[in-house]
Write a protein that binds this ligand. Structure first.
Ligand SMILES: [Zn+2]
Length: 82
């Protein structure tokens, strides 16, 4: 009788430990995939002219649109600014 009670208690502790471990790993996963954690400094911007993706520091930006080069910025504005 005493042994069975010990086994039940051990099983309950094991289940509780699994639940806690599960919650902890879920919290870790959320932290790792959270945006703005410093790992996505190289944001990619899409060129409005040719659609190529360029790193944000190298992109040309005009009126909220991004371009891979000054040439494509000029081409886009020629066709879309009237
Ligand atoms: Zn382009």
């Amino acid at each position: 009788m005493g042994l069975i009670r010990l086994l039940v208690i051990a099983a309950l502790i094991y289940l509780a430990w699994r639940v806690v471990k599960n919650l902890l790993s879920q919290a870790n996963r959320r932290d790792n995939s959270a945006p703005g954690s410093g790992q996505d400094a190289q944001a990619m911007l899409k060129c409005a002219q040719c659609g190529v993706h360029v790193p944000a520091p190298e992109a040309f930006t005009h009126n909220g649109r991004h371009f891979c080069s000054q040439e494509h910025q000029r081409l886009y504005l020629e066709h879309h600014d009237h």
